[in-house]
Write a protein that binds this ligand. Structure first.
Ligand code: FES
Length: 191
């Protein structure tokens, strides 16, 4: 008997077997369908997780507005001039979250409200220092000078010191530290 003959006989006997036992075939096709559904679901879940991981720096940046504690409001009640403080916050560097610290100055604006100024010079990013004797902020790099409320007085900086968003919660002063574009006349937040 030839090889082809044997194969057709086996196919025939299998067809006969299916005809004899339809329950067996139904069970097999059900398991096959179930396996297919499980594989597709697993693939979809993994795909979504991977997609979220790749896009994490994009959507996390947009929702990453955090408030950093500066001190009790009562602490600044008798301020005679700007007070230097350090704020701690975390920033997203690609997929890593990096804890960073920056200097700020707490001061009273002309209307008596507390304001928080970034100590980063808006010219080229050096740190400005409060000079109590001169009653102004002075930048050590190119001599930029600013009034106690941050207004630009003289030197190359194209604008005043950047004012940061603040809030008072349960008697505590909080700030949202942000970075701004250097050397442009208007305050532009860097995303
Ligand atoms: S960096 Fe401050 S004046 Fe240039």
């Amino acid at each position: 008997m030839t090889h082809a003959g044997e194969t057709s006989k086996r196919v025939e006997s299998c067809a006969q077997c299916a005809a004899r036992n339809p329950t067996e075939v139904t069970r097999r096709s059900f398991l096959g369908t179930l396996l297919g559904i499980c594989s597709s679901s697993l693939g979809a879940v993994m795909g979504v997780s991977m997609f979220r991981y790749i896009l994490y720096p994009v959507y996390a940046k947009g929702s990453d507005k955090q408030w950093s504690h500066i001190g009790d409001v009562s602490e600044f009640a008798g301020n005679k001039g700007p007070v230097s403080k350090t704020v701690t916050f975390s920033v997203l560097d690609g997929w890593r979250e990096v804890v960073s610290t920056q200097s700020v100055y707490v001061n009273r604006a002309a209307d008596g409200q507390l304001q928080v100024l970034s100590a980063i010079c808006p010219h080229m990013g050096c740190s400005v220092g409060w000079q109590a004797g001169q009653g102004r902020f002075v930048c050590p790099c190119h001599g930029g000078q600013f009034a106690p409320d941050g207004r630009h007085i003289s030197g190359p900086p194209p604008r005043g010191l950047d004012i940061l968003p603040t809030q008072v919660k349960d008697g505590k002063l909080q700030v949202q530290f942000e970075y701004f574009r250097s050397n442009v006349p208007k305050q532009e937040t860097l995303s």
